[in-house]
Design a protein around this ligand. Structure first.
Ligand SMILES: Cc1cc2nc3c(=O)[nH]c(=O)nc-3n(C[C@H](O)[C@H](O)[C@H](O)COP(=O)(O)OP(=O)(O)OC[C@H]3O[C@@H](n4cnc5c(N)ncnc54)[C@H](O)[C@@H]3O)c2cc1C
Length: 366
C-alpha cells in the first residue's frame, strides 16, 4: 500500500499517475480544494499534463501590466494566454483523475504520524492506523509528513494576503503587478468587476499597510490568504534511503519570483509516479535550475532600490526584451535567461550576472 497525504494538485496528480494497485489518498478536509488560498493562475504548460475543461476557467489573461515604483507601466502581451482557474474545482478535477485510476480516497481523515516497523510503516490518522509500504507527503507548506520524518529542514515562508474583491476600474484580461507593494502584489480580474487581489511579504505591519493601499476602495468578498514556502535548494526530498517522499509545497517546490507552485508540484508528482528511484535525479536535472534561478531573482528584486526597480521595468519595455518575456513560460526561466543576458548588457549591472556561470558556461566563457 502507498499512502499519499494531501489531496492538493501535487498529491492527487501523483495518485492519478501511480500504477501501484493499492494507493490510499488521505485529505484532512471533508471537501477537496477548500478553503482556497490561491490566485489560480496557470500558464499553458499545464496542458502538457491535462486539457483544462472550460468550466474550470474563470477568465483568461492576455497581458501583464508591470507597474514600477515611479508609477510608469509596461505591458507584456502574452503569446499564449494564462488561465485563471476556479481553484477548488481544479483540485476536484485532478482528484477525479485519481479516483478514475482506482485510488482509495479518505476525506476528512488527518495524518497524525507514523512508526517504522521493519521495512514497512504504521501510519496513524484521526480515524485508524494502516500498515503501508510507502508514504508520500503532498501535505502543503508545513508538511506534517516532513516533520514526522525529520526532513522539514530549515524552510522559510512568505505570507500571501489575498482576497476576492469587488474592485473599481478593472482592465479585463490584464493582470496588474505592482512592484512597490510587498515583495510584489497583483490584481487578477475574474471579469470587469471582481478581482483576486493580493500582496506577498513577511512583515505583518508592512503587509497590512501595502494591502490596504492595494485594496483601496474595493469591497472584500472572500479572504483567500495563505503561507507559501520559499524554495530550499537543500531540501531533502526523501528520508535517507527509505520510502518516504515529499512533493509540491511540502518539498518547497515553488518558484520564488511569483510564488506559483501548482505546475511544479504536478511535475514532481509525475516524476515520482514514474520511478521513485529516479525521482530526485529528475527533479535535480529538470526542475532545480528553474527553481534556483527564480529564488536568486527574488533575492535580487528584494534588494533592489526603487531606482533599480524603475530601471528594470524600463529595460523590459524595450521591444526585443519584451518579446522574450511574451514568448516564454515564466515557470521555466532557464529557457530564456541566457537570451536576455546576451541581448541586454544593462541587466548585468542590475545583478543578473549571477546567472551567467550557472546557466551557460560555454556561452559566457568566450
Ligand atoms: C495567496 C496565494 C496565491 C497563490 N497563487 C498561485 C497561483 O496563482 N498559481 C500557482 O501555481 N500557485 C499559486 N500559489 C501557490 C499554490 O497554491 C501552491 O503552490 C499549491 O497549492 C501547492 O500544491 P500542493 O498540492 O503541493 O499543496 P496544497 O495545495 O497545499 O495541498 C496540500 C493538501 O494537504 C492537506 N493536508 C495537510 N496536512 C494534512 C494532514 N495532516 N493530513 C491530511 N491532509 C493534510 C491539505 O488540506 C491540502 O489539501 C498561491 C499561494 C497563495 C498562498
Amino acid at each position: 500500500m502507498i499512502s499519499v497525504i494531501g489531496a492538493g494538485p501535487a498529491g492527487s496528480f501523483y495518485a492519478s499517475r501511480e500504477s501501484h494497485d493499492s494507493v490510499h489518498l488521505f485529505e484532512e478536509h471533508q471537501t477537496c480544494g477548500e478553503p482556497i488560498a490561491c490566485t489560480g493562475i496557470l500558464t499553458d504548460s499545464v496542458q502538457q499534463f491535462t486539457a483544462i475543461p472550460q468550466e474550470l476557467i474563470v477568465s483568461k489573461i492576455k497581458q501583464f501590466k508591470m507597474i514600477a515604483p515611479d508609477g510608469k507601466a509596461m505591458y507584456v502581451d502574452l503569446n499564449k494566454t494564462n488561465m485563471v482557474l476556479d481553484r477548488a474545482k481544479f483540485d476536484q478535477f485532478i482528484l477525479q483523475k485519481a479516483i478514475d485510476k482506482g485510488v482509495n480516497l479518505h476525506l476528512g481523515e488527518k495524518f497524525l504520524g507514523y512508526k517504522k516497523e521493519g521495512k514497512e510503516y504504521r501510519i496513524k490518522t484521526s480515524k485508524k492506523t494502516y500498515q503501508t509500504n510507502m508514504i508520500v507527503g503532498a501535505d502543503g507548506p508545513f508538511s506534517p509528513v516532513a516533520k514526522a520524518a525529520g526532513i522539514l529542514g530549515k524552510r522559510e515562508y512568505v505570507k500571501g494576503w489575498q482576497a476576492r474583491c469587488r474592485f473599481p476600474s478593472l482592465e479585463e484580461g490584464v493582470t496588474e503587478v505592482h512592484l512597490n507593494l510587498g515583495e510584489f502584489s497583483w490584481v487578477v480580474p475574474e471579469d470587469d468587476k471582481v478581482a483576486r487581489v493580493g500582496v506577498i511579504g513577511v512583515d505583518d505591519r508592512k503587509l497590512k499597510e501595502d494591502y490596504k493601499k492595494l485594496l483601496g476602495a474595493s469591497k472584500i468578498l472572500e479572504d483567500q490568504s495563505g503561507f507559501i514556502p520559499m524554495y530550499n535548494p537543500k531540501q531533502q526530498l526523501r528520508r535517507k534511503k527509505e520510502d518516504i517522499f515529499l512533493i509540491g509545497d511540502a518539498a518547497t517546490q515553488v518558484k520564488a519570483t511569483t510564488y506559483g507552485g501548482i505546475i511544479y508540484g504536478m511535475i514532481a508528482g509525475d516524476y515520482l509516479a514514474k520511478d521513485k528511484e529516479t525521482y530526485i535525479k529528475n527533479v535535480n536535472k529538470k526542475l532545480a535550475k528553474d527553481l534556483w534561478i527564480s529564488l536568486k531573482m527574488r533575492e535580487m528584486m528584494n534588494h533592489m532600490s526603487e531606482k533599480e526597480a524603475n530601471e528594470m521595468v524600463q529595460i523590459f519595455q524595450k521591444k526585443s526584451n519584451n518579446d522574450v518575456l511574451a514568448k516564454h513560460d515564466r515557470n521555466f526561466p532557464s529557457k530564456f535567461m541566457v537570451q536576455l543576458l546576451m541581448k541586454e548588457a544593462k541587466l548585468w549591472k542590475l545583478g543578473f550576472d549571477i546567472f551567467k556561470n550557472k546557466l551557460s558556461s560555454q556561452v559566457f566563457s568566450k
